[in-house]
Design a protein around this ligand. Structure first.
Ligand code: SF4
Length: 296
């Protein structure tokens, strides 16, 4: 991957961004890898040498790396920082790096640090549950400890004090603890084996993009179609509706309806459109969606 420096940031930052912090060691798969779509993983591997990212777009991943380094320095009794575990399962070696384990006798509480947005924090984060439950499984199997709780320590990067005072549903502090439901061990084991299988078969049989399993709607972060009631001179929507009929009825009873209008917001795969996966230019599934949209 080529790291560019379009905004002439100090070279020290460029050097940090160019460094590979993440390694799955001698493992066949990492936990992050198996929970992500095989299409993304295979396209990244295939096109890694052609991929390009500007250092200015890597701010949060750089800060994430910095946080892990700082966290490692905090030595407190019964707390294990940054431990990488290797588990042999279903004929492969799986690796996972756990940010923090708080051990109390035979019990352990697992915590992972995440940078996230206020919006994402309020959405369902299934990938957090998947990742944390696999870590829990690894700890129980490898260390013989009883996992009592799984948590995310989330750093809300766009937190606003004003919004927190205005809206009780908004995160009330820039650091939030999110509790993750613990799955039964058998369920987690079944999930791990399914994911290994999906990745193993795509690795062996799919050299070409078209043969790769398609990313699901959840994996593409589909944003549903909405009808936004908007007011002249106001940037944000007054209210969002799932269908045009309800939006029209709502608009028709407004006293100042001539100052309002309805804006159609098409549903779209956020991860693909914004290239959060980093490979949309090589993805046949994305190209197909784009062509369908153009033909509409
Ligand atoms: S562009 Fe969309 S469909 Fe293609 S790999 Fe990325 S997330 Fe998956």
């Amino acid at each position: 991957m080529k790291i560019t420096n379009k905004f002439n940031v100090p070279e020290t930052l460029l050097a940090l961004a160019s460094k590979q912090y993440y390694s799955k060691g001698k493992a066949d798969f990492s936990v992050t890898e198996i929970i992500s779509p095989p299409r993304i993983q295979r396209l990244r591997t295939k096109h890694y040498h052609e991929m390009e990212q500007d250092v200015s777009d890597m701010l949060w991943s750089l800060l994430g790396s910095a946080l892990h380094v700082v966290a490692e320095r905090s030595e407190i009794a019964n707390h294990v920082n940054e431990e990488r575990l290797f588990l042999d399962i279903d004929g492969v070696t799986l690796s996972g790096a756990i940010d923090l384990q708080h051990i109390d006798g035979k019990n352990v509480e697992i915590t992972d640090y995440k940078f996230t947005s206020a919006w994402a924090l309020r959405a369902d984060k299934i990938d957090w549950a998947q990742q944390q439950n696999i870590y829990g499984y690894m700890v129980e199997k490898l260390k013989g400890l009883n996992v009592t709780s799984l948590r995310i320590c989330a750093f809300v990067r766009d937190w606003s004090r004003r919004e927190a005072q205005r809206n009780p549903d908004y995160p009330q502090a820039p650091i939030q603890i999110v509790h993750i439901p613990l799955w039964p061990m058998e369920e987690t084991e079944k999930y791990i084996k399914e994911r290994i299988d999906v990745h193993r078969s795509s690795k062996v049989s799919a050299d070409w993009d078209e043969e790769l399993p398609e990313c699901t709607s959840d994996e593409r972060w589909i944003r549903e179609e909405k009808f936004a009631l908007k007011k002249e001179g106001r940037k944000t929507a007054v209210k969002l509706f799932d269908d045009i009929q309800t939006a029209t009825v709502f608009l028709s009873v407004l006293k100042d309806k001539d100052k309002h209008f309805i804006e159609h917001r098409k549903g779209e795969p956020i991860r693909c459109v914004n290239n959060f996966c980093g490979v949309n230019q090589w993805c046949s599934q994305y190209k197909k969606t784009e062509e369908e949209n153009e033909n509409e």
